[in-house]
Every structure is written in C-alpha cells, then in structure tokens.
Design a protein around this ligand. Sequence first.
Ligand code: AMP
Length: 438
Amino acid sequence: MSFSSLGLHPLVLKAVEAAGYTEPTPVQAQSIPAALAGDDLLVSSQTGSGKTAAFMLPCLHRLAGGANARQPRILVLTPTRELAAQVTRAADIYGKTLRHLRYISIVGGTPMHLETRLLRVGVDVVVATPGRLLDHLNRRSLDLSRLEVLVLDEADRMLDMGFIEDIETIIGHTPATRQTLLFSATLEGVVGNLAQRVTRNAKRIQFAPTREEQPRIEQKLMYADSKSHKGRLLDSLLRDPAMQQALVFTATKRAADELSTNLRIEGFSCQALHGDMNQSARNRTLQAMRQGRVKVLIATDVAARGLDVPGISHVINYDLPRQGEDYVHRIGRTGRAGREGVAISFANHDEGGLVRNIERYTTQQLTVGVIAGLEPKLKAVPRHAAPKGARSGGNRPYNSQGAGGGGRTFSSPDKPRSGFGKRPSRESYSQTRRPESN
Ligand code: AMP
C-alpha cells in the first residue's frame, strides 16, 4: 500500500515523501482513511508503531487548504513534556510544506507569558500536557470553542499519571462537534470508560502484537513458608546479577512503605510508589527509576498501572494479585521495548485460590521455582488439576520462556547473610489483607 492511496492532501504527501517514508505502517494504513472520513477513533498502538503520523497527517490534511484561525483547530494532549516535544517535532516535519501552519507546544516548566503571546497571535495546532493547558484555559488565554480535532495521545499514561479530571475539564471547553482520536497502549479498563464518555461511534483499531513483538517474560511461582521466608527470597532475587531493576508489588500501601524501608536499611536503592503519594512525588520517583538512580520500586497496583520503565528486568509479586487481570498488568511492566523479562510470584501455601485465578486468566500453568538453599519446608495445598485450557509454558498472553519445566533455578547468595528477611518479623503475614482502595 502507498501513502498516495490514503486520500491525503498533495502537500501533506509531499512532506511524507520528504520524510523518506515509502509506505504507511499498519496503524497508519488503518487510522488515516478512517480519520479522514471524520470518524472518532480508538486506536491501541505502541510507541514506535508510527502512531504520531497516524493522527498528525489527517490533522494536517484538514489544515492544508485553510487559512489561519485565531483559535486552535487541533489539540493534541500528551502525558509528558518529552512526548509533547516529540509530537511538536512531528508536526514540524509533516507540516513542512504547509507554509501558513502555526503550532505551539504548551508544557509546564516554560514561561507562560511567551505561550500567551503566541496564543494571542493565533495558532492552528496546540500540543500540550493537560496541567499547563488547563492553566491557560483558567486564565482565558486559550479558547477551544473552535476546536475541530482532539487527539489524546498515550491516553493510558495520562490516566496513570492522574490527569483524568484535567482531561475531562479540558474536554468540557471543546465543542461537541469535534472529532476525537484516542491512542493508547490499552483500550480496556479506565481508558475504555473514558473513551466511552468522550467519543461518539468510535471506530476501534486494534493490533494484536506479532509473535516477535510479544513480550518474552519468564514466569515462576515460588512458595514461601512465612513472611520472613518471603523476605529472604526477595533479598536473594534482588542480589541476582541478572537483576537490573525490579518492580515489587505489595497488596497495600502500608506494606509497600514497610518493605521499602526494610530494603533501604539493607542497602538497596529502593523507593515506594503508591496512591498516598502526591503526583509530583510519584513523578520524581518514576524519574529516578527511569534514570536508574532507583533500583527497586515497591508499588501497589494502582500506582504502577501503565508504568513504562524499559530497565525493569524483574517483576516480583511479593503479594499475589487478587485478579488474573491484575497479574497480567503487573508482569507486563517487564519485557518492554523488545527486551526479556522475569516475573516471579510469591505465594503462601494456602493461596492456591489466587494462583488458580491467575492460571485461569492466562490459560497457562505457572511453573514452580525454588532458590537453592531457600526451598520451602512446608508443603503447598495441592493446586488441583490444571485449569481448563491451561497449557504449561504456553504463550498466551505472554510467552513464558523456560516455563513447563527445565527453567533455571535462581542463584542463591554466595554465603549466608543476615538479610532483612532474617530479622524477626514484627507482624505475621496477614491473609486478610485488602487491596489498596484508591
Ligand atoms: P512513533 O510511533 O510515532 O513514535 O514513530 C516511530 C518512528 O517511526 C519515528 O521515528 C517515525 O519517524 C518513524 N515512522 C513513522 N511512520 C513511518 C513510515 N511510514 N515509514 C517509516 N518510518 C516511519
């Protein structure tokens, strides 16, 4: 398929050609004609799929024939300043042939008065992070009443970062007649709810990842006799030389704080991430993790949703998730950007029900692993037969290399150490814990 068959304006095609693109990527081939037809779109797409051109080209097509507007006609909302900068660069490249095109990036951390001055002159395209955009709306330096297209880029990340209210307020300032193009890694859960509220008869464009694109995550289940046994297992895993960065899940915020404190005492560069922390503290922690200054992140489900840190080599379920869906979200935080990952779940011997939830959801039987020298002494309550349809070491939804037997056992520390897990536990492991409520 060629770009010229998609129906784009000749000036836009010229810019695409100048960018050196010969044929549209799959997400572009499907999204561009639908966007040109005026449809609202829900597109599940990953970074690197060509998604920016998938929404930017049809937007620029709209602007190719028209004179400048005083008010913006296109608004792209992105979760981060970095992504806003990337999208603005794309507007520059793909809009190269549109001489009259005026665009602006509106993000925090830059002087507001400069943005205000440019907005007063008039722009066609605004690329913004939600917080700063809302500041302009509140100061009435921005008017979105003539908006034609709203793009929500990486919607899942915007929601993870707590922008839901800002987004809804911003949308309240746009006309109901607008076209909405929502791009997100996932279209399920909270993103799906938002999509339902802000789009009309949206066309869904979804790509099943190819086998090569599927994350390769080695999954293991490890039984623990007690909380202190879990501590020793964790300690050993975190000292494994193969461990680059780890994301450890606990069931509660309190447990996340406690574990994080214990690990810091043990000398690990470790921080907690949970819903009691304000957004800027969460952002700082994530930034430290991205920059590799923090090696271990102890998180609750809510805080870690959609988290994208390529260096996470291990996900450890210190506490098992209650739902199979949460398990899949959790382990998907490793094996990102084509890398391999390891997901290890600790289970108490009487948590067979939770293990079965996972296996039923993933239709895959978890392989039990042990660390030499740290084998459990107690016997697990039998997990019964494999769940219906379960395949040992199958690859749905994740490829579990090494599952189904023959997987590596994890190395134990060279010599016995006085790990934090060896300290007398202050609190026995509670079976009645409840997931975080925020
Ligand atoms: P994105 O997913 O939008 O971040 O794009 C990922 C990369 O793919 C960017 O560097 C784009 O320049 C490049 N790209 C986008 N569309 C095409 C295309 N049709 N052919 C070749 N490269 C492309």
